[in-house]
Unconditional design. Structure first.
Length: 574
């Protein structure tokens, strides 16, 4: 018997549906790839180092979201409104091909089934079985102040030395602060990365890719690109290479169809390739890119192209039959989101599947069939597999499937009375870049939605048993701070702890919790003196080799002077 929904806004009290018994994953026959098509890589690095300043800051009014802006068409029912760090409005949710914000999950127990979306969880297990063009950054036609001339009210952003003045015992210092060094168009642009490899921190935005020393932030290389960067994987290859997507030209509306390999350690550009547009329905405005070992996959509406990163060899594209992968998750376990249609060009709601695939051949290892009418939204984890699923419509729904490593459905998280949110980004296209969820061993970790407690915003982390979906424990964040699971490492979940909003007497940092919960363990404590600097728009959080990075996700400014004063990365660690 279903229980009545919790009290809340009208939208939060809607969305219940008939439960059904989740079914186990289905094992599909291996899929044979087609013969290799003619996609030959072309040699040659691009251009000269850039000479202009870097981007500019996004204004941060009181209602700007802590999460990531969603550039795609919103769903019929909004998933939540933008808000500042710790704002109690609905946070950004998972991505998928139709991007929108997933609402906070409001408790609703329906005979052990989860209903989600605008406040409720829906049961989603295996069963039988249009992208908007992104705006292209253009050079500003509005006159700017002369380069170097500050705005009358502009105060230069503090650097590392100033942020370290109030350093306390036990706090890691601000190691370095990187400011913009590339000019960007009016309106701002998204930053791809940062990627950390071989002692280098690299990022790409607009028409430039750059690499910096992880140790001191000094620039090691800079590569000028012929057109705008329009997509990139969330992580590089194990040997430190990345393949980014670049627009065909600098013309407005140019397709996102060029690929460029870059060695992130040396900054040298390698092979290039052009994605095939033989099918007019093959939209190139939305590319899902991932790296699995030495393989780069670039997925879009009707197909995925796979390339060997080391030499640019094209490995496969469309597979036999009507089931085609449209995106992979990066990492050691290559999971693919697969679209199955009855015939080419079928506009009806397709069936979707999660498949573990060999990225070098396109062969399937196992298949998990998603319930009809639902689509794959994000991969919160690949080992063990945790999949975010969505159902669009008047009452959008959200569900999470906890899978075994052979694709069998284990459980769905039972939220009890908790309300959750995940932050996914304008590093948007990819299926594997979210903050707020992680899994390892037999435990899945999820961040609750921020709540207003004693005049401050805070949240908690909830741990679920992967085998049953039941809550194991809940650990609250310190007052006026929030916790966001990042990944599981050495049996512990690493979490980003945000600093308080104002008058901070403590900083943020990287924390850890074991699979049994307990007290928060400090991994790296950021200084309270840098708390204000940590509150950046659309942040990307990275932790590697004892260093943590807070990177801005979008840059812009009112003048060249403001552009060059924007902090794009802050590095912490002794």
């Amino acid at each position: 018997m279903s229980q009545p929904p919790p009290q809340g806004s009208p939208g939060e009290q809607e969305g219940f549906g008939a439960p059904y018994e989740p079914q186990p994953g289905t094992y599909g026959a291996p899929v044979q790839p087609q013969s290799q098509s003619q996609h030959q890589p072309q040699p040659g690095p691009y251009g000269q180092p850039p000479t202009g300043p870097y981007g500019y800051p996004q204004p941060q009014p009181p209602t700007v979201p802590y999460g990531y802006p969603q550039p795609q068409q919103p769903p019929t029912v909004p998933y939540g409104n933008p808000g500042p760090p710790h704002q109690p409005s609905g946070g950004p949710g998972g991505g998928g091909r139709s991007r929108g914000r997933v609402a906070g999950l409001v408790a609703a127990v329906v005979a052990g089934v989860l209903v989600i979306g605008t406040g409720v969880w829906f049961a989603v297990g295996g069963d039988d079985g249009a992208d908007d063009k992104k705006p292209v950054a253009q050079e500003s036609t509005a006159p700017k102040k002369p380069s170097g001339e500050p705005s009358p009210t502009m105060t230069p952003a503090p650097g590392a030395a100033e942020l370290n003045k109030g350093l306390k015992e036990g706090e890691a210092k601000v190691r370095w602060v990187l400011k913009n060094d590339v000019d960007v168009p009016s309106g701002g642009v998204a930053v791809r990365g940062p990627w950390i490899t071989g002692g280098i921190v690299a990022k790409a935005m607009y028409r430039t890719a750059s690499g910096y020393s992880l140790d001191d932030g000094s620039q090691k290389w800079s590569l000028r690109l012929p057109a705008d960067v329009c997509a990139a994987p969330s992580q590089p290859s194990p040997d430190g290479k990345i393949v980014i997507a670049i627009r065909e030209s600098t013309d407005e509306g140019a397709d996102c169809e060029k690929l460029q390999m870059i060695d992130l350690v040396t900054g040298k550009a390698g092979w290039t390739a052009t994605l095939d547009r033989s099918s007019m329905s093959d939209g190139l405005s939305h590319i899902v890119m991932a790296v699995n070992g030495d393989v780069l996959t670039a997925g879009r509406t009707t197909r995925t192209d796979a390339y060997r990163i080391s030499d640019g060899k094209h490995l496969w594209d469309r597979l036999p039959g009507f089931c085609q992968p449209y995106g992979f998750a990066g990492g050691d376990v290559p999971l693919a989101a697969v679209d199955c249609r009855r015939a080419p060009g079928d506009d009806d709601t397709p069936d979707e599947e999660v498949r573990r695939m060999d990225p070098a051949t396109g062969k399937s290892v196992w298949t998990y069939k998603v319930k009809k009418g639902w689509r794959i939204d994000k991969f919160y984890s690949v080992d063990p597999p945790v999949v975010s699923l969505r159902q669009d419509g008047v009452k959008p729904q959200w569900a999470i499937a906890l899978l075994s490593n052979d694709g069998t459905l284990l459980a769905q998280p039972d939220p009890g009375k908790e309300d959750f949110e995940i932050e996914c980004g304008e590093r948007d296209e990819n299926l594997d870049d979210c903050l707020g969820a992680a899994a390892g061993g037999d435990t899945f970790y999820l961040a609750t939605k921020t709540a207003h407690v004693d005049g401050e915003f805070t949240n908690s982390v909830v741990a679920f048993d992967m085998n049953t979906g039941k809550i194991k424990w809940k650990v609250p964040a310190p007052p006026a701070q929030t916790l966001q699971p990042m990944r599981v490492e050495d049996g512990k979940v690493l979490l980003y702890l945000s600093p308080p909003d104002a008058k901070a007497k403590t900083g943020g940092g990287i924390m850890a919790l074991g699979p049994r919960g307990g007290a928060l363990q400090t991994v790296l404590r950021h200084p309270a003196s840098a708390a204000t600097a940590e509150h950046v728009f659309d942040p990307a959080i990275r932790y590697a080799d004892g260093r943590s990075l807070i990177a801005i996700g979008r840059v812009g400014g009112e003048s060249d002077a403001e552009e060059t004063d924007v902090r794009t990365i802050i590095a912490f660690g002794d």
